[in-house]
Design a protein around this ligand. Structure first.
Ligand code: FES
Length: 116
């Protein structure tokens, strides 16, 4: 079980449990299940509307590395959130990106803070 805390300047923070490891539970799906108003449109990693910032809850714990698909990398670069150097560095060091598309991010077994 992972604890996922959704935080927005416009809404009260909400922490929910996520069943991790299903490989199908995206962050956006989890948000929708709990009626958390994360913006979205295409739900297919194309529009960038579901951009979120993901960090560890205590800002100290090392987060798990994530593989970004080419599609997600392209959108995040287009939005100015990642550079080619950032992407190369994350791949070499097996580091996660702070910026993610909620519709593309699979929830894993780690407690995270999601700013939307
Ligand atoms: Fe369009 Fe996620 S909803 S990229």
């Amino acid at each position: 079980m992972a604890l996922v805390t959704f935080s927005s300047p416009d809404y009260k923070d909400k922490t929910v449990y996520a069943v991790a490891g299903s490989h199908t539970e995206t962050l956006l799906k989890l948000a929708k299940e709990h009626k958390i108003p994360v913006h979205h449109d295409c739900q297919d990693g194309e529009c960038g509307n579901c951009l979120v910032r993901v960090t560890s809850v205590d800002k100290k714990t090392q987060r798990m590395g994530y593989h970004l698909t080419d599609k997600e990398q392209t959108v995040l670069r287009h939005l100015g959130k990642l550079t080619k150097d950032d992407i190369d560095r994350m791949a070499v060091d097996d580091m996660p990106s702070e910026w993610r598309l909620a519709c593309q991010m699979i929830v894993r077994d780690e407690d995270i803070l999601v700013e939307y």
